[in-house]
Every structure is written in structure tokens, then in C-alpha cells.
Design a protein around this ligand. Structure first.
Ligand code: PEP
Length: 251
């Protein structure tokens, strides 16, 4: 039985003070919900302020990115050792980073390995573009991204990761994938690939989220699918009441 995990990616929203206020509202909204792992992912500069708000609440904290090196001449970057102690999760390979900031399959793999080396829980994002979706390339694209992300990662470490299937055409568009469509991609092109790499037991245990226009209105239907183990939520995670509905739909 896989415990569902709902993560809220705040993207580049909220000042540190606004982030603390939203975190306080979320503690009140979802702090007492049991049976589902809850994570919020504010911008880097809000992590130190939000961490004490979440202490003891059962809500986890994550970062939106990291650099694979531990330290060095990488102006503007943040490393795994800097995050460790501040938060437990880190989103890696979000499509916005792939699209706007030169993230590649290779850098996603290096970042995933760095996160695991330092005991962070990577949430590894994969997903196809609209053109790839329309060309029927979803399976090939997504399975290729999964294989690349997990290169040289042993099974014991793979088990510590979470994968998020996020079709790019569904992110921030209001056009979510259908529950059956998302489930099929996750089952046939992600979980099956993990089974090929690591065997059936790892595939059965590893959690795979869906992300892309998840809302309070469509969450229950998506989360009822057998292979959807949670959601990576963008826009709706900025509203405590909406995020609360999504979290409770997973519980
Ligand atoms: C995301 O930020 O990963 C995301 C899925 O955004 P949204 O829920 O707004 O589509």
C-alpha cells in the first residue's frame, strides 16, 4: 500500500513574509489530516522562515531545485548540503526549469543523485510537450526521461524517490489530463520502466504523482486512479482551502 503524497509547488510566488502567512494557514487547514504525506515547496528564500511554522505539524518542506555540486563557484545556486537540515524534499527537473533554464536529462540525473547522497527526497518531474503529445510520442518521451533520470541510481536509492508525471500541456493551463489518461501513462510508461530497471517490488513501492491543473474540483477523480499516488499541485497550492480539499481527497 503506497501512502499518497500531495506536494504544493508555489513556484516564484510569495515573499518570505507572505510565505509564512500561507504556511500558517496551511497548518490550520491540513495539519491534522492523517494518512497522506503533505509537502509544501516555497521559494528558497522562504524556507528558513517557513520551517519553524511547520515544525511539529506533520507537513513536510521542500525546495524547488538544487545544484548537484556540494559547494563551489556557481553563483546563484543552492546545494544539497545547504538544503539538508532546512527541508527534506526537493523538486528536480520541473518542466519550467527544463523549458526556461536549460535543465537536461543529464542535469536531472546529477541533481537526483546529489539529493539522494545527502538524504533529501527527490520529486523527479517528467512529462511531454503538447507537440509530443499530439504526435503520439508521450510514451517514448516519458520513458526516456525516467531512464535518464535514474541512470546509475541503485534500487535502494530509487525507492527513496518520488516521480511526478506532469504533461507540460496540462501545467497551469486549466486542461488537466483525464484520470484514465494520466493513469495509463504512469502505469505503462513510468511504473513499467521502473519495473524494467529495478524489478516488480520496487515498481510496486515507488510513488508516482500526477501534476497539471489539479484543482479542488478534479482531485478526487484523479487520485482515485490505481497508479496515481498523489499530486504535484501548482496554482491550487497557493490557496489554503483549495489545497486542503486536494489533501483530504487523497486521505
Ligand atoms: C506545477 O507547478 O507543477 C503544476 C502542476 O502547476 P499547476 O497545478 O498550476 O498546473
Amino acid at each position: 500500500m503506497r501512502t499518497k503524497i500531495i506536494a504544493g509547488n508555489w513556484k516564484m510566488n510569495k515573499t518570505p513574509a507572505e510565505a509564512v502567512a500561507l504556511a500558517q494557514a496551511l497548518v490550520a487547514e491540513i495539519g491534522s489530516v492523517s494518512g497522506v504525506e503533505r509537502v509544501i515547496v516555497p521559494p528558497f528564500v522562504a524556507l528558513a522562515g517557513v520551517a519553524p511554522v511547520l515544525a511539529g505539524s506533520g507537513i513536510g518542506l521542500g525546495a524547488q531545485n538544487l545544484h548537484w555540486a556540494d559547494s563551489g563557484a556557481y553563483t546563484g545556486e543552492v546545494s544539497a548540503p545547504m538544503l539538508k537540515g532546512l527541508c527534506q524534499y526537493v523538486v528536480i527537473g520541473h518542466s519550467e526549469r527544463r523549458q526556461y533554464f536549460g535543465e537536461t536529462d543529464e542535469s536531472v540525473n546529477k541533481k537526483t543523485r546529489a539529493a539522494l547522497t545527502h538524504g533529501l527526497t527527490p520529486i523527479v518531474c517528467v512529462g511531454e510537450t503538447l507537440a509530443q503529445y499530439e504526435a503520439g510520442e508521450t510514451g517514448a518521451v516519458v520513458s526516456g526521461q525516467v531512464k535518464a533520470a535514474f541512470a546509475e541510481i541503485p534500487a535502494a536509492d530509487a525507492l527513496k524517490t518520488v516521480i511526478a508525471y506532469e504533461p507540460i500541456w496540462a501545467i497551469g493551463t486549466g486542461r488537466a489530463a483525464t484520470p484514465e489518461g494520466a493513469n495509463a501513462v504512469i502505469a505503462d510508461h513510468i511504473r513499467a520502466v521502473i519495473a524494467g530497471l529495478y524489478g516488480a517490488d520496487v515498481a510496486a513501492a515507488l510513488r508516482i504523482q500526477y501534476g497539471g491543473s489539479v484543482t479542488a474540483a478534479n482531485a478526487a477523480e484523479l487520485l482515485a486512479q490505481p497508479d496515481i499516488d498523489g499530486a504535484l499541485v501548482g496554482g491550487a497550492s497557493l490557496k489554503a482551502a483549495d489545497f486542503g480539499v486536494i489533501v483530504r481527497a487523497a486521505a
